[in-house]
Design a binder for this molecule. Structure first.
Ligand code: ADP
Ligand code: NA
Length: 340
């Protein structure tokens, strides 16, 4: 009943890192070859925590540059920033009135990001999943490629879609939209590195908010920096196992093997078939090679693109214009359905 459509996004806060790249972006590039795709720079999500305005403007361009440098093609995919399509905010308000407070209270990311001083977090941070549902459903997207940490939010998006479809069932039918207006969107959490861990601590996910620079590889890192970070990555004293089972209880080893597999488009089994029995010194040297081969050109291309902000802005304006056409159709229908 619903046309297949892919939607996903990243926040323009801090540096994009290897987790963002392997957990999400690398799949986005594959998907645009065969499906209709919309990729967003979610700048309205960014201000759920304070952002210096000049920094935010630069970060919006930098994330866009990363999308382009990694291989997203504005001729194949719609690339735009959220704040330029006002229907996201409008639909989010409707969803704030559909979603239940109890649902929001179960969101683990809010608990992590708000920390101990929850009373002092912004209301926007709390309602973030409702805006994310609006991002996705403004396009009635059927598929959302994300890392594992976003699974709960995509499930909430389905809950919101379902409750909207139920609450407004009569009006949806009366307006000629059949028995469901919004699809139940599927998360696509795929590939060998859906949860990339910190290089310094195998129990924490790689994150832009980690204070240790050596915990993550940034997409802007040059070859020397990448090499240094891989060499300093925490490991254990045993050589690599030859079977995937042997990675159990060895989170740091498992993480490096997953990263290697994702960077080379292979599986952990393939990597261990080749490197099982190796010491980490040797394996890390091989990992530096594949990481530098794959990532250093992206950093170089980002630098080149950032030298011409006008070009990036033009891509975003064109993308927003195309996105707005679709989102406006959805929002016009939602207005009728709700009774505005
Ligand atoms: P962050 O989580 O770093 O604040 P975003 O919320 O903007 O970044 O997430 C952008 C995308 O990157 C999401 O699809 C998210 O699941 C993915 N992602 C972020 N960190 C990781 C990680 N460590 N491993 C795998 N995917 C990740
Ligand atoms: Na995230």
């Amino acid at each position: 009943q619903f046309k297949e459509l892919v939607f996903s996004g990243m926040q323009p806060t801090g540096n994009l890192h290897l987790g963002n790249y392997l957990g999400a972006m690398i799949r986005w590039i594959e998907l645009q070859k065969t499906m209709e795709c919309i990729y967003c720079v979610v700048d309205m999500h960014a201000i759920t925590v304070w952002q210096d305005p000049a920094d935010l403007k630069r970060q919006i361009r930098e994330v866009t540059a990363a999308y382009l440098a990694a291989g997203l093609d504005p001729k194949k995919s719609i690339i735009f920033n959220q704040s330029q399509v006002q229907q996201h905010a409008e639909l989010a308000w409707v969803f704030n009135c559909v979603a239940r407070i109890g649902w929001m209270n179960r969101m683990t990311q809010f608990k992590e990001k708000a920390g101990k001083d929850r009373e002092n977090a912004s209301l926007g941070l709390y309602a973030y999943p409702s805006l994310m549902a609006a991002d996705i459903l403004a396009y009635r997207a059927t598929h959302v490629p994300v890392g594992e940490d976003q699974k709960q939010h995509v499930e909430l998006t389905r809950d919101i879609a379902q409750k909207f479809n139920n609450d407004y069932a009569a009006s949806i039918a009366a307006n000629g939209y059949g028995d469901a207006f919004f699809p139940l969107t599927e998360p696509m959490i795929q590939g060998p590195a859906t949860r990339v861990m910190s290089l310094r601590d195998g129990s924490k996910k790689m994150s832009k908010s980690d204070p240790s620079d050596y915990s993550r590889i940034n997409l802007t890192d040059d070859a020397d920096t990448i090499a240094q970070k891989v060499r300093k990555a925490k490991t254990d004293p045993e050589p690599l196992p030859s079977e995937v089972d042997g990675l159990k209880g060895r989170p740091e080893a498992e993480n490096l093997v997953s990263i290697y597999a994702a960077l080379t488009g292979t599986t952990a089994e393939d990597v261990l078939r080749e490197h099982g029995g190796s010491q980490f010194s040797g394996f890390k040297a091989a990992l530096v090679d594949v990481a530098v081969t794959k990532l250093a050109p992206i950093a170089g291309e980002m630098r080149r693109l950032m030298a011409d902000p006008g070009h990036i802005d033009a891509i975003l304006v064109d993308g927003s214009d195309r996105a707005r056409v679709i989102a406006a159709q959805t929002m016009d229908a939602v207005r009728d359905i709700v009774g505005f």
